[in-house]
Design a protein around this ligand. Structure first.
Ligand code: HEM
Length: 351
């Protein structure tokens, strides 16, 4: 029997393959817990701890970092399917959402902390992913679904507005990421830079405009996400969508952490100590460790999402495909280096 339904042509002929990304997302908190157990064994064992706890901590942390990576690989495969069934469509969106697992876990953790249930985060997350899995399983997988028709002109104008807002926001982000990079020289320089920059981004006029622009990026990005994921996309486009999903959720989670959790609930200054989970730090505290993948991927995706946008602009302006792809890959690699440097600085590396 020949079928035009892409799922069968692309090897996604079992439901199981559609479930890999949400399943990986479901175990993410337990991988971080495994890491923290390794750290506890290292601390309690002191000089006699031996190599095993170190190995354990390293393997679990790498496995936690692999979760968004695995989700991205499956999102790319699912997005390449030309004629999607309802189940593929759902699985594609679930995989893209799973790329943002570090954000979802942090957001749930912060909200439950404020509500007084800090230990329930793993279980709330497991229930959330169980609901996503059920949604994928319950969708039909036999017939292809037609892409919904949405106004091309709304999309065109929205994409332009999205890009214009992004260009303004990038000015803030260059300062903000530069500020985090200053942490490599120590908390003092980070604080000096932050205090100077606060005159700009926390001023009465700039702060509401900045927050408004970020929220506009989230809402417009959501519309573009729905539109883009209804159709097949190549690996570059899927990477752009996945990085956008991560950033949209990160912006909401980060603003909740800064404006509501820190400044309103805890009433603390949102400086270096807050960002780095002082006094215990990011690496040794079982709660704070979630901030390591969160921040690494936030900086990585902010720069690579921008590079993806530049690729599209350059292609429209006539740049050849190979050059445009290389430009994006270079931007993405730079994002990776900057992200790792910032978080190493936050974990104590000094240059
Ligand atoms: C390693 C990565 C990052 C760290 C450690 C970090 C940390 C912080 C801290 C400590 C603040 C409070 C600043 C203050 O009190 O003056 C802040 C504010 C903020 N961050 Fe980040 N951030 C990071 C990445 C990002 C990214 C990728 C975005 C956007 C996509 C972002 C958007 C914002 C916004 C909009 C604010 C609010 C600024 C205001 O007070 O008006 N941050 N961040």
């Amino acid at each position: 029997m020949t079928t035009i339904v892409g799922i069968k042509q692309d090897g996604f002929n079992t439901r199981f393959l559609m479930l890999v990304a949400p399943l990986a997302a479901m175990i993410y908190p337990f991988l971080l817990q495994g890491y923290s157990l390794g750290v506890r064994l290292i601390t309690s064992g002191g000089a006699h701890a031996g190599v095993l706890p170190w190995l354990m901590a390293a393997v679990f942390l790498i496995a936690a970092f692999a979760v968004p990576g695995v989700a991205l690989v499956f999102a790319i495969r699912l997005s390449m399917i030309a004629t999607a069934t309802a189940a593929v469509l759902q699985a594609r969106r679930a995989a893209l959402l799973a790329v943002a697992t570090p954000v979802i876990f942090t957001f749930v953790g912060v909200v439950l902390y404020m509500l007084g249930y800090p230990d329930f985060d793993k279980w709330v997350l497991a229930a959330f992913w169980a609901a996503v899995l059920t949604a994928v399983i319950s969708k039909g997988n036999d017939t292809a679904v037609a892409a919904p028709s949405r106004s091309a002109s709304i999309s065109f104008h929205l994409r332009k507005a999205h890009m214009a807002a992004a260009v303004i926001v990038v000015l803030f982000l260059l300062m903000h990421i530069g500020n985090q990079l200053a942490g490599l020289a120590g908390p003092d320089l980070h604080t000096v830079v932050m205090k100077a920059l606060r005159h700009v981004y926390r001023s009465t006029f700039v702060e509401p405009v900045l927050v408004g622009l970020f929220l506009f990026l989230v809402v417009s990005g959501f519309y573009l996400f729905l539109r883009a994921t209804a159709k097949p996309s190549d690996r570059f486009q899927t990477f752009q969508i996945a990085s956008g999903v991560y950033l949209a959720l990160f912006v909401l989670s980060h603003m909740n952490a800064v404006f509501i959790f820190a400044r309103t609930y805890l009433r603390v200054d949102t400086g270096w100590a807050f960002a780095t989970g002082a006094p215990v730090g990011l690496l040794k505290d079982p709660w704070n460790i979630r901030l390591v993948p969160l921040y690494v991927l936030a900086v990585f995706f902010v720069l690579s999402h921008f590079a993806s946008g530049m690729r599209v602009v350059m292609l429209k302006r006539g740049m050849n495909m190979n050059q445009a792809n290389r430009l994006m890959i270079a931007g993405t690699a730079l994002g990776g280096v900057v992200a790792v440097l910032i978080v190493l600085g936050m974990c104590g590396l000094r240059l």
